[in-house]
Design a protein around this ligand. Structure first.
Ligand code: SAM
Length: 311
């Protein structure tokens, strides 16, 4: 099964368009080949990467309330399910009847859902390989009952606010009339803490960022020389987002079967944005997406928020 399940012509043309633009870019969805998915799991363990442990602690603190509000027997749909690590804890807490993992990284997702099936033998576990940028098409034979869309890890931050609103509206449609959305959102905080989280001392985030070039080499039959590039990340206060870039260490050139692009020394390829929200601003985005009722839980330092939102 391909690691990126979009047809290869669409993939190639999207990557070439990004590389050929005056400000070159590569979509962050191409981070997640097998090596990228494994590197992301390492990032979640880093001391600087407060996001995963803070979100986990918030969910643990409010597990009883969550279990009361989402009765047993629901269908959980996790967007960007990755390793399904957070799904494990959620399923133990709310005891759903069915779990649907949705992710673009096909192989990694199949392995993760297989692990979930072993751990919860009575859980009906499904997987959907899809790009969240498109309408999410669920299996037609999902059991009836309440749906909980789960989107942890502040992955919503990878989308610019307009695109985030579009994705939240698609999620709202998935919840049908009586479902809910459980979503993790990283909050604005000191620049030093934010920047350390995306440029760790051990260099794992740098390796994750650089690995996208290897994935693009395979997808496009291109010839990026990874040694010619370095990881750069910083907090753009005006846009309230961490930006990740790859910066050319020297003048360099990349070729693919139908074209090429030269980069001068210090020229950058923009690889990721990670928007940081204020609680009130994200609550407003949820309201505009059709989630009128919301509960918001944060940690004591107000570093991270988990919203439970209902139509
Ligand atoms: C930052 S990881 C988060 C994984 C996990 N949910 C967590 O919170 O730790 C993002 C996940 O979303 C997936 N992903 C990224 N872009 C995607 C897209 N456009 N469509 C579907 N999945 C995507 C990646 O493959 C990866 O598993």
């Amino acid at each position: 099964m391909p690691l990126v399940p979009i047809d290869s012509l669409t993939t190639s043309s999207e990557i070439i368009t990004g590389l050929s633009a005056a400000q070159a870019s590569i979509s962050p969805k191409y981070f997640y080949d097998a090596a990228g998915s494994a590197l992301f799991e390492q990032i979640t363990q880093l001391p600087e990467y407060y996001l995963t442990r803070t979100e986990r602690a918030i969910m643990a603190t409010h597990a009883d309330t969550l279990a009361l509000r989402i009765a047993p027997g629901a269908t959980v749909i996790e967007a960007g399910a990755g390793s399904c690590e957070k799904a494990r804890t959620l399923c133990a807490t709310i005891r759903p009847h069915c779990f649907v993992g949705v992710d673009i990284a096909a192989d990694f997702l199949q392995r993760a859902v297989a692990g979930l099936r072993r751990e919860f033998p009575s859980l009906d576990v499904r997987s959907v390989v899809a790009d969240l940028m498109d309408e999410i098409v669920l299996p037609v034979d999902l059991p009836p009952g309440r749906r909980l869309v789960f989107y942890p890890g502040s992955s919503i931050g990878n989308f610019a606010p307009d695109a985030a609103l579009g994705l939240l509206r698609r999620m709202r449609r998935l919840t049908e009339a009586d479902g809910a959305l459980l979503i993790g959102v990283d909050l604005v905080k000191s620049k030093a803490i934010l920047e350390a989280a995306y440029d760790d001392a051990a260099g794992v985030t740098a390796a994750f960022n650089l690995n996208v070039l290897r994935h693009v080499n395979r997808l496009l039959t291109a010839d990026f020389d990874v040694a010619h590039w370095r990881h750069r990340s910083f907090f753009n206060e005006e846009q309230s987002r961490i930006e990740m870039h790859l910066e050319a260490r020297c003048a360099t050139r990349v070729s693919w079967p139908t074209g090429c692009r030269s980069f001068h020394r210090a020229e950058r390829i923009h690889t990721e944005n990670s928007y940081k929200y204020r609680v009130a601003d994200f609550a407003e985005l949820l309201r505009r997406a059709g989630f009128a009722r919301q509960v918001c839980w944060t940690d004591a330092q107000q570093w991270f928020a988990v919203f439970l939102a209902e139509p």
